[in-house]
Write a protein that binds this ligand. Sequence first.
Ligand code: NAD
Length: 503
Amino acid sequence: MQDTVRFIGHFIGGAAGEEKGARAGDVYDPATGEITGSVAFADGEAVDRAVDDASRAFESWRHVPVSKRASVMFAFRELLLSRKQDLARMISSEHGKVVADAVGEIDRGIEVVEFACGIGQLLKGDFSENVSRGVDTYSIRQPLGVVAGITPFNFPAMVPMWMFPIAIACGNTFVLKPSERDPSAPNFLAELFIEAGLPPGVLNVVHGDKVAVDALLTHRDVAAVSSVGSTPVARHIYETGAANGKRVQALGGAKNHMVVMPDCDLEAAANALVSAGYGSTGQRCMAVSAVVAVGEAGDALIDRLRSKIEKLRVGPASDPDAEMGPLVSGEARDKVASFVDLGLDEGADLAVDGRGVKVEGNEEGFFLGPTLFDRVTPDMRIYQEEIFGPVLSVVRCDSLDEAIAIVNANPYGNGTAIFTANGNSARLFQNEVSVGMVGVNVPIPVPVAFYPFGGWKSSLFGDSHVYGPEGVRFYTRTKVVTSRWPEGEPSAGPNLSFPGSDR
Ligand code: NAD
């Protein structure tokens, strides 16, 4: 354990608190295996305080002019740009990802802040003049109140920023419950937002585990919940939140397939697979974990992948040449290693074994090297389950139709990609595949901020994807006003028939 263990408290009312509470969790530096922090775990009382504070803040924030709300977003964006390196190092120190990768996630989060800067345009309603004689109808979008966000460890800055900039720009106040494994970045985001001019209470952060999540899901004053995490947790959040009358969008786990056609540029496909399979040590919801190699693509791909994987540099974020960091925890490393054992038991060919990796000077870190399985079949557990680590499984098949059938039979439907030189193959794939986000010669098709992000099937519970115009709709409700201003007309007296327009 380090000599100084930092305490990370709940961020309520504009500052992080010092109160320790009854429960806390350890925070690790995954590159060294040392405990570097202690994070407060909220109970119902702490959640009540955060929600009550956010409810009070809502009463004034909802009346702040939309142009002022946008100007706070602009200031927040500037601070994110100027403090990007500090934020990236903070993410690396608790998540383990290399700094360049942490910068990438911040940049994708900033995109959403930039989208929220245009909130004036996004909140415009419709107006119809003279829907009946002297009658106008118009629609307005109003905020919901206090909304909550529950986020995973793998993007401690980007995933919260998928949610709170849009929710807050729409006039809501927000209570964030980030992952307990890397809690410092979310507090830092809240600090920067306050520095940008956000009033205290508009963004509160409570830390903790299931206790905090369940307190939010059952809280009377939480109007809506956005969550991102594993599928069992997403299902629980969706069902509990909905049963308690909340609007819920709950994004779950993934098993993303990349279909490689024999006509594609195989060198480009292999490079894309190494980047998308092993970037962030495979701990991305859009990581490619299953490769469907069609026809003769299989052998050529395996040879290329093997030689590229052997050149990858595994190391801590403090090594500027490191390309792949550790897993987030010792438990995660052991779980991924156990899947490698399982794959061997199930009869897959282990083409590259990452289990023996040693990082000099970081022997206690949670490292596991990139691993490649060939000849994996859909009945194997290593194919069916989300491993969430640096393990790529190659499944072989004979045709595009077969490849599409394999992708569609999988219970997850987050992202997928096809690499091909044939427009018809790409078009067929795009039309037929049961997946929410599709890449054509693009391995990680995370949509830009003005399109929505979301999967299908077991990768998302709820009706709405996150951010983009769907984010604005999720965080607002529509009110339609029918209005008449009679001037000097005598009232015609009561009329009990159903009112219609003047035809
Ligand atoms: P997780 O499901 O363990 O945790 C997610 C959040 O839920 C955390 O805040 C955690 O504290 C809370 N939580 C954990 N267990 C809970 C329980 N039993 N009841 C209520 N709340 C609980 O996920 P993780 O390990 O932090 O993140 C990795 C997972 O997230 C992977 O499955 C990954 O695919 C998924 N993910 C999905 C997307 C997407 O876009 N679909 C994006 C990022 C991550």
